[in-house]
Design a protein around this ligand. Structure first.
Ligand code: SAH
Ligand code: SF4
Ligand code: F3S
Length: 471
């Protein structure tokens, strides 16, 4: 009863805040539609959060612009995963000082993973006094209230979630999706794994899964609205549902989603090799809608380094799962993430990563040079190899992968692929889209095909791109 009352009061306040912000912003924009410029950095999870932020801003009467000069609100949704990502944000926020000088009524907000780190939020507070609002990943749903406070308090607002907020999931937030046929659906939040290099568990909190009914309903309504490419998101989707009552496995969730009728494909990311199971592979093999593509980050090919990373699997276990998957799904496309130069990694250990790449033959790789993150265990480990040398290693690895990608693309010549046409390539004027295995394909065709699955025979292969013709 009391809970219900609190919920109702919250709803009422929310409605009020939305209305008040809309009114104040309309006055500030002198009767014109207030404009928001929202920039999202980082992973798909952040992109999905950005769509919820935009959904709420739209409720508050905002339209959207890419031009910072014409914005009434500029919001940066940030990523903390590597130093480079953070430096870019500091640089870009710093550059807003001049715009704010010309337009003092401009509101500037910074949110996302970076702002969940205390030392970073402090730096934002001290060094960027023209930033009006700072909030973390756990309080996105409070945006109407936070904007209301920013607009009426006359003070800067800083808000990060408390313990209860980093454990709850708020359903029903409005979503303004960036695309009209590709959609992201977050199935779980947070991460429990604490890989020793990674900041994500510190800024995203513990794992919590959405109820399967909520996910099924969202995917059903996306399919009936014409969405064709739906990607399920979580930092470690294979531990989905473990803490729900009744518990449900990710493979079971996939089976239920696969029953939905319609012309769509399902993807998911990210799978952690320690939790990816043969059951998952069997589910993909037997499904109607799940694309034959698995993103399975292995990070390092050396067992010693994997242990130091706290990844909880071995090279052998990884290769065993890959062999099983290739046997069950012969046209499987595998992609992965790799870290080069983890603290203490030797050249010999790095070579084990290269040999794993050669053995698996990934379609493509996301490669990163290790970047120390304050507060993580790896940041305390001795790291004697200079960055310059790590860059050499990375270049060596990329050269190997380029050959593999070329080979993988060339064996596709002559095959027919189902390609979701996404856009017209500005360079070639051809239709461009991705195959089920996530390889870019270009082919001639009319605009009416954009957003449709097309059957395309591959006629030529370049390194990361296929050319084809409609069949
Ligand atoms: N949950 C996903 C990864 C999320 S972060 C998973 O476990 O695979 C995306 C990628 O960034 C990671 O896979 C890793 O390769 C890279 N990464 C994370 N922290 C990093 C760091 N401190 N330095 C360099 N790369 C990092
Ligand atoms: Fe980071 Fe590891 Fe969690 Fe992925 S599984 S988000 S790499 S801690
Ligand atoms: Fe970056 Fe946060 Fe994603 S740190 S990678 S945006 S979860």
């Amino acid at each position: 009863m009391t809970e219900k009352l609190i919920e109702t009061t919250r709803e009422l306040n929310r409605e009020q805040h939305i209305e008040e912000v809309a009114q104040i912003m309309s006055i500030r924009a002198r009767g014109a539609v207030p404009m928001a410029c929202v920039r999202t950095y980082g992973c798909q999870q952040n992109v999905a959060d950005g769509e919820k932020i935009k959904g709420q801003l739209e409720q508050m009467g905002f339209s959207f612009t890419e031009d910072e000069e014409e914005a009434d609100l500029i919001l940066f949704n940030t990523c903390a995963v590597r130093e480079h990502a953070e430096d870019r944000v500091f640089g870009n926020v710093g550059a807003l000082k001049n715009i704010k000088h010309r337009n003092p009524s401009l509101l500037i907000a910074v949110c996302g993973c970076m702002m969940e780190q205390e030392h970073v939020a402090e730096k934002m507070k001290k060094s960027f006094p023209f930033v009006n609002l700072v909030f973390g990943t756990h309080v996105i749903h409070k945006l109407p209230e936070l904007l209301f406070r920013t607009l009426t308090d006359g003070r800067r607002v800083f808000e990060r979630g408390d313990d209860s907020e980093d454990k709850t999931i708020i359903e029903g937030l409005p979503i303004r999706r960036d695309g009209s046929f590709k959609a992201w659906v977050t199935v779980m939040y947070g991460c429990n794994n604490f890989c020793t290099y990674c900041i994500v568990p510190y800024v995203r909190g513990r794992e919590r899964s959405r109820k399967p009914e909520a996910i099924l309903e969202e995917v059903r309504s996306l399919v009936s609205a014409g969405y064709r490419d739906i990607t399920l998101l979580g930092q470690n989707v294979n531990s989905y549902g473990k803490e729900l009552t009744p518990a449900i496995s990710f493979a079971e969730l996939l089976r239920q989603l696969d029953e939905i009728e319609g012309d769509f494909q399902l993807r998911f990311m990210t799978s952690h090799p320690k939790d990816a199971t043969r059951e998952l592979i069997d589910t993909i093999a037997q499904s109607r809608h799940i694309s034959h593509h698995v993103h399975l980050p292995f990070q390092s090919g050396s067992n010693r380094v994997l242990k130091a990373m706290n990844r909880s699997y071995t090279r052998e276990k990884y290769l065993d799962l890959v062999a099983y998957a290739k046997e069950k799904i012969p046209d499987l496309s595998l992609t992965s993430d790799i870290i080069v130069g983890f603290p203490g990694e030797t050249y010999e250990e790095f070579c084990e990563t290269v040999s794993l790449i050669k053995e698996v033959e990934f379609t493509s790789l996301y490669t990163f040079i290790y970047s120390p993150r304050v507060g993580t265990r790896a940041a305390e480990m001795p790291d004697p190899i200079p960055y310059e040398e790590k860059s050499h290693w990375l270049r060596e690895l990329l050269a190997v992968q380029e050959e593999i990608a070329e080979k993988r693309c060339s064996v596709m010549v002559g095959t027919v692929q189902s390609v979701l046409a996404e856009e017209r390539s500005p360079k070639t004027g051809l239709l461009a889209g991705r195959s089920g295995g996530n390889i870019m394909v270009e082919f001639a065709g009319g605009d009416e095909l954009i957003g449709q699955f097309c059957q395309v025979r591959v006629t030529a292969a370049r390194i990361w791109l296929l050319n084809g013709e409609l069949v």
